[in-house]
Ligand binder design. Structure first.
Ligand code: PMV
Length: 325
């Protein structure tokens, strides 16, 4: 009853921000994302009568808040599998967690796949995706391959993610730029809660369906400029909502802004690239694969940057036999 899964993080082109039903993380809108090949979580889960309590270790630490969220998810899995055994869980991220690089997406996707497999359940991708969504909304998108849409849905079963295009569909890279390794003080859960306190949120929801369909059109046409312009405007809109919520949330630091400006400058030199950011200070730059080296060279000149991680689109969560214990 031991199983290990690897899941990629995903950064959304069109973001999930605000929920129709917080109890089941039912999003207010559909979202679209791409899996990130080098932002990975590996998780081993073992259910056994040897364990008196659930033991959760993430990146060598046992932090109460994170453990409680993981235990709640194990409870969902136990309920589905009709078992009461306690579990040992060891999880490792290839990148800093809780810093705005969607470690909850890869984390809950890996926990869902490893946990259900260890509990003897054989769920299909749609079932895995809805279950992962209960742990963290964005985790639903780390189950399918490549370029992914999470359906808005109207209840638990109808809000699931599916692959729009496989990983090899388009040779674009996403460059994750670590401007700070500090844990963020305001998580995305607080952001979802306060989104509708922004005076601009209602308008955002009104315009989102059109934006999602334009983005999908740009992906279908592999129109990088149209794609990039939508993605960058969407990131700025999400942060405008965060900034105008009560209380306001400012996720950026000086490094974030320097990277945004660098992106703008590179475009004036004819090197196409566009940025996005999730709920944190780490920008992610999208570019055509062939331009990656030139962009990284420019980024390396920026003092504030701690690390640069280059990603290509990749498959979703998968099982491995390389157990962590
Ligand atoms: O899955 P959560 O609850 O961590 O929310 C994710 C929020 C954003 O990363 C900002 C947007 C998204 O769609 O991933």
């Amino acid at each position: 009853m031991k199983s290990t899964a690897v899941a990629p993080s995903n950064i959304a082109f069109i973001k999930y921000w605000g929920r129709k039903d917080p109890k089941i993380n039912l999003p207010n809108s559909a979202t679209v994302s791409m899996n990130m090949s080098n932002l990975l979580t590996t998780t081993t889960v073992e259910f056994s009568k040897e364990y008196k309590n659930d033991q959760i270790t993430i990146d060598g630490e046992n932090i109460e808040k994170e453990s409680n969220r993981a235990i709640k998810h194990l409870d969902r899995i136990r309920k589905l599998a009709k078992i009461s055994l306690k579990a040992k869980v060891i999880s490792r991220n290839s990148f800093p967690k809780s810093s705005g690089l969607a470690s909850s997406a890869s984390g809950f996707a890996a926990l869902t796949l490893a946990g259900t497999n260890a509990a003897g359940l054989k769920l299909n991708k749609r079932q895995l995706s809805t279950l992962a969504r209960l742990g963290s909304g964005s985790a639903a998108r780390s189950i399918p391959d490549g370029f992914v849409e999470l359906k808005e849905g109207h209840d638990h079963k109808s809000s699931y993610a599916y692959s729009l295009f496989p990983a090899h569909y388009w040779k674009i890279n996403s460059i994750a730029i670590i401007t700070s390794t500090d844990k963020k003080t305001i998580g995305s859960l607080e952001g979802h809660e306060s989104a509708n306190t922004s005076p601009f949120y209602k308008k955002r929801l009104e315009l989102l369906p059109k934006k999602v369909s334009l983005l999908k059109e740009a992906l279908r046409a592999k129109d990088f400029i149209k794609f990039g312009e939508i993605v960058e405007a969407e990131a700025l809109e999400l942060h405008a909502i965060a900034l105008t919520s009560k209380p306001p949330i400012l996720y950026w630091n000086s490094g974030t802004i320097t990277v945004m400006k660098t992106c703008e400058n590179l475009r004036t030199k004819g090197i196409l690239c566009y940025f996005t950011m999730d709920a944190g200070p780490q920008p992610v730059i999208y570019c055509l694969e062939k331009n990656t080296k030139k962009i990284v060279k420019e980024l390396k000149k920026i003092e504030d940057i701690k690390n640069i991680i280059i990603n290509s689109p990749c498959k979703g969560a998968f099982i491995t036999n390389k157990h962590l214990f």
